[in-house]
Design a protein around this ligand. Structure first.
Ligand code: MN
Length: 233
């Protein structure tokens, strides 16, 4: 029997890879409940709704939609890009945190690359936190591996739900600096949220992503399957 829900709703909310309260005290359980169960779920629902009348596009992954804006009908383009971006970014964000690995420093090739490209882990963290703190309005702060320049690491920010893959930059680590990510606990103190976040940053997953993108597939093949894959927690 056909699964009607899957047939009409190609994009699914991934389960959180830990309990809502697992990231306390840095991110409180109620924020996680709303952020995952309402905000992220809302982006998935809006994406599915926008694609409802477009059977060809319903077959496509969320990263594909972001990478092919010219193939989206004008009437739904902005809605699809915003909500596919919200879905992709939040899927990466849940994987970028871990109650178990949080606080453990990066190891291996990623640790070496951070020293090479930023001078030290401390200088990288400073640059990341400053970029996240300075971003005006809603957006994201990223550690990315760039396609050009031999795969160097960079810190960058994106506005709204934009994702750096559209510029040939592959996400290694990401933090959400929309107010809904921290306001219930930290109110207007985004810097306190960013500082505390290092205690739950998932460097094991970041290392896996860094090594995964040692070479850059021309058509971003392989990125699609990343989103719903269980993270290394
Ligand atoms: Mn968010």
């Amino acid at each position: 029997m056909e699964n009607l829900e899957t047939a009409s709703s190609p994009h699914l909310l991934p389960a959180l890879p830990y309990a809502h309260e697992a990231l306390e005290p840095y991110i409180d359980a109620r924020t996680m409940l709303l952020h995952h169960g309402k905000h992220h779920a809302g982006y998935v629902a809006a994406l599915n709704a926008a694609l409802q009348a477009f059977p060809d596009l319903k077959e496509r992954s969320a990263p594909w939609l972001l990478l092919n804006p010219g193939k989206l009908p004008r009437a739904i383009r902005t809605t699809v890009l915003n909500n596919a971006g919200g879905h992709v970014n939040h899927s990466l964000f849940w994987q970028a945190m871990s109650p178990l690995e949080g606080g453990a420093p990066p190891i291996g090739a990623l640790a070496i690359a951070i020293v090479r490209d930023f001078g030290s882990l401390a200088q990288f963290k400073l640059q990341f936190s400053e970029a996240g703190g300075k971003l005006f309005g809603s957006g994201w702060v990223w550690l990315v591996r760039v396609k050009k320049d031999g795969g160097r690491l960079q810190v960058c920010t994106t506005e709204g739900h934009d994702n750096p893959i559209t510029e040939g930059r592959y996400p290694i680590l990401v933090n959400d600096v929309w107010e809904h990510a921290y306001y219930l606990k930290h109110e207007n103190r985004r810097a306190a949220y960013l500082d505390g976040w290092w205690s739950i940053a998932n460097w094991k997953e970041a290392s896996r992503r860094f090594e995964r993108y040692a070479t850059f597939p021309e058509r971003h093949s392989g990125f699609d399957g990343e989103l719903l894959r269980p993270a290394v927690i």
